[in-house]
Design a protein around this ligand. Structure first.
Ligand code: SF4
Ligand code: SF4
Length: 496
């Protein structure tokens, strides 16, 4: 385990005393030229970086109306200060959302407002120096863009958008983050975040079919690049091999098999994740999204369904049509796109699946609402469907379900601590500390209801929890996929 103290879980959640600069050392690895250039960014910090950064900031202020509104409207009421999991877990005041915003706001004021140009000290405006850029790099990579702070801000100021703008400016001057940019490059080159080529993918899926057949006696298919299938399933590449993700993929396959829906994965679009969102780059987000359009056209599918991935669903639900549409070649009777939870939920409601809850009787389950699903998208046709549908699917598959404390679920949910492009080992201290509020809530529900497992519908959340649960005395297998529960409960074979 790394060299830092894991926060202590308290009997009741506490707001920590402020400790200035305690996370000033936290910086993810900087991207090398080989990671930057395929994305259209300079390979390293350009000579006239201040001019380039300010020009980019000017562009963004003109392009996104929300950005100047957010930068102008904060009244320093303080309502957001104790709402960020990274502040609660690290006690560094620069992890208070308003302070994080101020890192950019001070520079904005200096160069883009009259008062800041002529009376900088009076309005807290500062020059864009290398020290400021370093602070941006450190603290805008301590924001998982989870939007929790915006729920509590009376003006709805969204720190996530400010953080995305800051990262976009840093990329434009050649100061990108290795983890995100390397991954986006792999998607462009190979088709997924893991760099898993088509033959390896085909092998994995074949092995999965054999495993499921050995275990159930039923030949459930996990097809790849099958032209003419009805559904293109786009899922995070973690689903192809890592626990508990792969158990979710097994579950999707069982549901689709049992419902008689023909489906396929695509080697060209073998990744639902879209890290273009995290770096705030519309162009890179679009390039990733266009792969899905191409795969859908090439395979001639009628529907596009997304697997369990939080930010992928945010991009899909909120932006896919703008980025890669129109999708008028798909079957208009289905929403574009659909979430696998919506598909399974609908099948359950229509009585199309037989579920044996007793298969999950050894599990007492809670649900972690993934932030990008909770606060940036929806599911189904009712308000709050993104909270209702996953819970109804779990309850149809398990007899024992218990929610965590209301101030930590639904739109108030805490980020897992690894979202927004921070799921990298060079940020492990931040990840462990940022997970504290979720671990606190999990601990409470364990003590109160003997909960044994926490389900999630996001690949990043599952990976993050697998890693950080042991730091808090839990075990990594306590996190499960929602479709793992469905896959275990489903009765295969003739409908009973
Ligand atoms: S968006 Fe989330 S991570 Fe970023 S400052 Fe707000 S609460 Fe913290
Ligand atoms: S809650 Fe909103 S207005 Fe209040 S300090 Fe935070 S960002 Fe500013």
């Amino acid at each position: 385990m790394a060299d830092f103290d894991t926060p202590e879980l308290k009997e009741y959640p506490e707001i920590p005393p402020v400790t200035v600069g305690t996370m000033a050392h936290s910086r993810p690895f900087v991207a090398a030229p080989g990671h930057q250039e395929p994305l259209g960014f300079p390979g390293e910090l350009v000579e006239n970086w201040q001019d380039v950064a300010l020009a980019k900031m000017g562009d963004l202020l003109g392009t996104y109306r929300s950005l100047p509104v957010f930068l102008d409207s904060c009244v320093k009421c303080g309502a957001c200060t104790d709402k960020c999991h990274y502040f609660l877990g690290t006690s560094d005041p620069k992890n208070m959302p308003v302070a994080r915003q101020d890192l950019l706001r001070k520079v904005y004021r200096r160069y883009f407002t009259i008062s800041g140009k002529y009376f900088p000290k009076l309005v807290g405006a500062v020059d864009l120096t290398k020290e400021v850029l370093d602070d941006w790099y450190g603290y805008y990579h301590q924001c998982s863009q989870c939007r929790r702070c915006s729920v509590f801000c009376p003006y709805g100021i969204d720190t996530a958008e400010i953080s995305m703008a800051a990262r976009e400016i840093m990329d434009s001057v050649g100061e990108g983050q290795k983890y995100c940019n390397e991954i986006i490059g792999k998607v462009f080159k190979i088709g997924n975040n893991l760099g898993l080529p088509e033959p390896a993918l085909a092998d994995t899926l074949e092995g999965l079919e054999e495993d499921v057949e050995d275990e159930t006696g039923v030949k459930v298919r996990y097809p790849l690049d099958e032209e003419g299938a009805d559904v293109l399933l786009v899922t995070p590449s973690a689903d192809f091999f890592a626990e508990p993700h792969v158990d979710g993929l097994i579950g999707y396959g069982k549901v689709l098999h049992q419902a008689g829906i023909s489906w396929t994965l695509s080697s060209h679009a073998s990744e639902a994740a879209n890290f273009g969102l995290f770096i705030g780059s519309y162009e890179n987000m679009r390039r990733v999204a266009l792969r899905i359009r191409k795969a859908a056209l090439d395979l001639g599918v009628k529907r596009i369904v997304f697997g369990e991935c939080g930010h992928a669903w945010r991009v899909a639900y909120s932006f896919l049509n703008t980025l890669a549409g129109p999708f008028d070649f798909l079957d208009p009777r289905y929403p574009v796109p659909q979430h696998i939870i919506e598909v399974t939920h609908d099948l359950i409601k229509r009585g199309a699946l037989t579920l044996d809850k007793s298969a999950n009787d050894d599990r007492r389950v809670t649900l972690h609402d993934s932030c990008n699903i909770a606060r940036a998208s929806r599911m189904g046709s009712v308000p709050g469907g993104q909270f209702i549908l996953p819970r109804e699917v779990i309850k149809a598959c398990c007899s024992h379900f218990f929610d965590m404390s209301p101030d930590t679920i639904h739109e108030n949910t805490f980020c897992c601590g690894g979202g927004g492009g921070l799921l990298t080992d060079d940020l492990i201290e931040l990840r462990v500390k940022g997970a504290m509020p979720r671990m606190q809530a999990l601990n409470e529900v364990i003590e109160k209801h003997d909960v044994t497992h926490m389900a999630a519908i996001c690949a990043i959340c599952k990976s993050q929890f697998s890693k950080v649960l042991p730091y808090y005395g839990f075990t990594m297998d306590q996190v499960v996929s929602v479709h793992q529960l469905a896959g275990d409960a489903i009765v295969l074979g003739e409908k009973q």
